[in-house]
Design a protein around this ligand. Structure first.
Ligand SMILES: Cc1ncc(COP(=O)(O)O)c(C=O)c1O
Length: 348
């Protein structure tokens, strides 16, 4: 990877071990359940996350949509964070494809949904209201700094869900980042959840795919929904092979990305005209604002970084002066220093 691409961890290229595994993967027709590598990937993800079964899906978005459509029927409601990926960035698919009514709650600066707000959002049994079916959490919370959500908090939400006969889904696109940051297992973090979608193609570096996990019964139904969305894939063992390397080899190195993010954040924080909350940097994401006093307008900042230094970093959607830099496998400590130096020069 020649550019220093900090736009997201989705930009990661597969590692050499993944390319080799892809070239040599045994394959079959996965719609018939005959792809041994896909079957191994699904079983491996399920075991790592403490669930009975898994389903290989094309993307994190597809994992979340399939989960929502499996848990909820038309006119039913899911409780979800206003800043959550499922509400903000999935093209309104839960409502357009599933007729699901999102009940949105503001996400707190620590990435959680207030428990009292979740309780308040649960509907009484009244013909005026949609039926509440699902609570959705996101771990790490990607739009609020990549904050990891603790097992203790998730257990409290799980208790609320059980008390009201609701299901709990976790968008665990970066659940292994959360586990690394909190020094616990991903399995513990998702223990109370009925379903979890985990991305292989973000910090774990696989070129494509996510795995949705849950009970045998849930996955049986999710497989049907995935097919209805056109997500039944055929000889995809070669992609699953990269996913297996991702699950087996990559979670153990995510702390390096977090350390690099920390160094980047601390370096940027010393540069005049850069404003940020260092406490919020807990995983692989660094959010910062360009102060009004900056000698370069925000719209030119990323253009100059790209043109002069081959550094890619986008303004953060919805904010005029905010940027997000995401560290990953291809962002080495040397590259972090290059970025700090480039931004120091640009803002001098
Ligand atoms: C928290 C979260 N969930 C889900 C997704 C969707 O993943 P994909 O881009 O594979 O659809 C993303 C993508 O960045 C994400 O950040």
């Amino acid at each position: 990877m020649q550019s220093i691409d900090l736009r997201s961890d989705t930009v990661t290229w597969p590692t050499p071990a993944m390319r080799e595994a892809m070239a040599n993967a045994p394959i079959g027709d996965d719609v018939y359940g005959e792809d041994p590598t896909v079957n191994e990937l699904e079983a491996t993800a399920a075991a790592m996350l403490g669930k009975e079964a898994g389903l290989f899906v094309s993307s994190g978005t597809q994992g979340n949509i399939v989960a929502a459509l499996t848990h909820c029927g038309r006119g039913e409601e899911m409780i979800v964070g206003r800043e959550g990926h499922m509400f903000r960035y999935e093209a309104g698919s839960s409502s357009s494809l599933g007729g699901i009514h999102p009940h949105i709650i503001d996400v707190q600066p620590d990435g959680t949904l207030p428990l009292a707000a979740i309780q308040r959002a649960i509907r009484a049994d009244d013909p005026h209201f949609p039926r509440t079916r699902l609570i959705c959490l996101e771990n790490t919370q990607g739009t609020i700094g990549g904050i990891p959500i603790t097992a203790a908090y998730t257990a409290e939400v799980g208790d609320i869900a059980r008390e009201h006969h609701l299901k709990l889904h976790i968008d665990g696109a970066r659940i292994f980042n959360a586990a690394a940051a909190l020094k616990t297992s991903a399995r513990d973090l998702v223990d109370p959840a009925d379903s979890v979608s985990v991305c292989l193609s973000k910090g774990l570096c696989a070129p494509v795919g996510s795995v949705l996990v849950g009970s045998n019964e849930f996955i049986r139904e999710a497989r049907r929904i995935r097919k209805s969305l056109g997500g039944g894939m055929r000889q995809v063992g070669f992609m699953a092979a990269a996913g297996l390397v991702a699950l087996r080899e990559m979670p153990g190195r995510l702390h390096e990305d977090h350390a690099n993010a920390r160094v980047l954040a601390e370096g940027l924080a010393t540069i005049p005209h850069v404003q940020m909350n260092l406490d919020a940097v807990q995983t692989n994401m660094v959010f910062f604002d360009l102060a009004e006093t900056a000698p370069i307008a925000p719209e030119y900042f990323s253009q100059r970084l790209k043109a002069d230094y081959n550094i890619l970093m986008r303004p953060y959607p919805g904010y005029t002066r905010r940027f997000r830099a995401v560290t990953h496998y291809w962002i080495t400590p040397e590259r972090v220093q290059t970025v700090i130096g480039a931004i120091r020069t640009l803002l001098a």
